[in-house]
Design a protein around this ligand. Structure first.
Ligand code: UDP
Ligand code: MG
Length: 347
């Protein structure tokens, strides 16, 4: 038995396949997603599991999950205590999933469930991670495509692990890859990086990325920018070095400039001028210093968050696909339902 954020799940896998679906305000899409998922999965094996994660939705998403659960024993859901963001919702789903392999898929049908058989084929060929790679991003703006591409190029260059371009979270992972991922409990979770970090044999399957089926994307450019910073600072300390080299470069320039000024003064004298150049130098250096401090701050801030060692998420309710008994940390009220548990740290 292994413990995950306060609830205990049997370690052995119980399902041939788990599909984890993080969902935030997705009431319009879930029924359609469920329909298409079931159609695909029922052709594959009898005891699959569809595990929805309700990430603190404000609409009827939880109700929809409950209804699907009542109608179909293959469905289970995890209700988080509030909105934690997709990366953490996905982690909660991976923690609770009990399949021999786990597929992570977006709720909005941008990742076609019909691709899952191909992912499964890759897994059967012996790959531990089979990820879907988008060859087109229909329904996305030119600017979004360009910025995404620039981001991947940057992180490719400075990060220690190579993160494949145009790959989202839609993927299949073998049990051991999932178990590896589950060991990473850092709070700042850049999942794309973590997926790459665990290694194992990986395979790409190309597909067309569709536009959202319904509802709205939860990403705006500010969020994407922060996501990019997250990706870079949680996987590379290169930016810290940038400020060092930038500082050296500026100091060198300043030194040469000083020599020039001294030379000029000796040769031509200097009536009190120099105010503009002084301002320019002061402001420039001030700017450089602020950039350096800001960069440091990014990392110090991350240390601050990590050292608090808070649980990654809190669970309101875990309803597994079939009646599997869960043992809570303080004598559970109802079997199969875990409510309001204190979080005991992992051993
Ligand atoms: N999502 C989530 N929590 C959030 C935001 C999003 O669980 O705080 C889910 C969302 O329901 C969807 C997936 O993450 O299933 C991807 O979200 P979205 O479609 O908004 O992102 P995009 O496809 O634009 O990258
Ligand atoms: Mg989407």
């Amino acid at each position: 038995m292994k413990q995950h954020e306060g609830f205990v799940l049997p370690d052995q896998s119980l399902y041939c396949l788990s599909v984890v679906v993080p969902a935030y305000n997705e009431e319009e899409v879930l029924p359609e997603l469920y329909r298409r998922l079931s159609a695909v999965l029922s052709g594959f094996c009898p005891n699959y599991e569809i595990l929805f994660v309700n990430d603190g939705s404000r609409d009827g998403t939880l109700e929809v999950m409950r209804n699907l659960k009542t109608a179909d024993a293959h469905v289970g859901y995890v209700n988080l205590s509030r909105n934690f963001g997709k990366e953490i919702a996905m982690t909660a789903g991976l923690d609770a999933a009990r399949g021999d392999a786990v597929v992570v898929i977006d709720a909005d049908l941008q990742d076609p469930p019909e691709l899952i058989p191909q992912l499964i084929d890759g897994w059967r060929e012996g790959f531990d991670v089979v990820y879907a790679r988008r060859v087109s991003r229909s329904g996305e703006t030119w600017l979004k495509k360009a910025t995404a591409s620039a981001f991947y190029k940057t992180i490719q260059r400075i990060g220690p692990v190579s993160i494949p371009e145009d790959v989202g979270d839609f993927r299949l992972m073998s049990r051991r890859a999932v178990n590896a991922l589950k060991q990473i409990r850092e709070r700042h979770r850049f999942m794309k990086g973590l997926f790459a970090w665990i290694g194992f044999s990986q395979k790409a399957i190309d597909y067309q990325r569709d536009a959202r089926f319904a509802g709205e994307t939860k990403w705006n450019y500010w969020k994407l920018w922060n996501f990019a910073i997250e990706g870079i600072t949680s996987f590379s300390i290169a930016p810290l070095k940038v400020s060092t080299y930038l500082g050296l470069f500026v100091a060198l320039l300043a030194f040469l400039y000083a020599i020039f000024v001294i030379y000029k003064t000796i040769m031509f004298g200097d009536p009190v001028k120099g105010y503009p150049s002084l301002m320019a130098v002061v402001l420039f250096l001030g700017g450089i210093q602020l950039v350096g401090i800001g960069l440091l701050g990014e990392y110090v801030g991350r240390m601050f968050v990590e050292t608090k060692y808070r649980p990654l998420y809190l669970l309101d309710e875990v309803i597994p696909a079939e009646a599997i008994k869960l043992t809570g940390t303080h004598g559970n009220e109802q079997p199969g339902v875990v409510t309001d548990l204190p979080i005991s740290q992992q051993s």
